[in-house]
Write a protein that binds this ligand. Sequence first.
Ligand SMILES: O=c1ccn([C@H]2C[C@H](O)[C@@H](COP(=O)(O)O)O2)c(=O)[nH]1
Length: 163
Amino acid sequence: MNTQTLFKMQKALDGHIESQHNLEQEDLFDRKVLALLVEIGELANETRCFKFWSVKPASEIDIILEEFVDGVHFILSLGIECGFEDLTEIPQSKSDELDATNQFLAIYEHVQKFRTSRNKEDYMQLFQSYLKLAELLGLTENQIEQAYIQKNEVNYDRQRKGY
Ligand SMILES: O=c1ccn([C@H]2C[C@H](O)[C@@H](COP(=O)(O)O)O2)c(=O)[nH]1
């Protein structure tokens, strides 16, 4: 995935949100980590991949995509916090193929590792594992980019309306 446009859009949105809420001087890293963990949980809930006690199907693709790109927002935002927005390419993950449940659990581990180290290698692994999940969920790069652009605009709208 070519991430340059997304990093640029995310940086502008984050700057806008921070100035709206007078947060330019605050360290938002841990709050963004928690926000990401919550978004990953919301996505898991919509896929229902772990709900062995239920026969209901996953939510519609548009709902899954919207939840997925909420996570993309916070991953990009955390990358910007660490000065990694020059990353142009996130290479495909070389790790073993897992089912969706185990991929979610692997992502949670990558988030924790990156939270502690804040290094680029762990960041790339987190991003890669999240994109691997997209593949498992049947989402294409094009769908993700379009859904990201749409949700980015919704996020501005919400700020305008006093969200
Ligand atoms: O600094 C921030 C704070 C929030 N969001 C976006 C990411 C998600 O798309 C959305 C999450 O909002 P909730 O729907 O969870 O309130 O806000 C950002 O991009 N940057």
